[in-house]
Design a protein around this ligand. Structure first.
Ligand code: ZN
Ligand code: ZN
Length: 85
């Protein structure tokens, strides 16, 4: 598992508010390169919550939680993605 990120020091984690965050792509860059630059697909997360978002087993509920911010039509896409990983 590799997490490649740009660190953004002035952003706060969207979960706990910690500063010095990493940018997480809700729909992963590898599987959805067309959404790499979509604002709705990028969330600031601290290291702890970012690790959680990438955790295969425990991260599932968290991925669902993050997906609530996706546009309605994209949420379906995200569900399909989750059921296939
Ligand atoms: Zn956090
Ligand atoms: Zn990430």
């Amino acid at each position: 598992m590799s997490i490649t990120v740009n660190r953004v020091y002035d952003e706060q984690c969207c979960v706990c508010g910690a500063r010095g965050c990493e940018r997480h792509h809700i729909l992963p860059r590898g599987a959805f390169p067309q959404y790499i630059k979509s604002e709705w697909n990028i969330v600031p997360l601290c290291r702890h919550h970012h690790n959680l978002a990438h955790h295969r087993a425990h991260g599932r509920w968290f991925k669902m939680k993050l997906a609530e911010r996706l546009p309605q039509e994209i949420q379906e896409l995200h569900k399909d993605y989750l059921s296939n990983i």
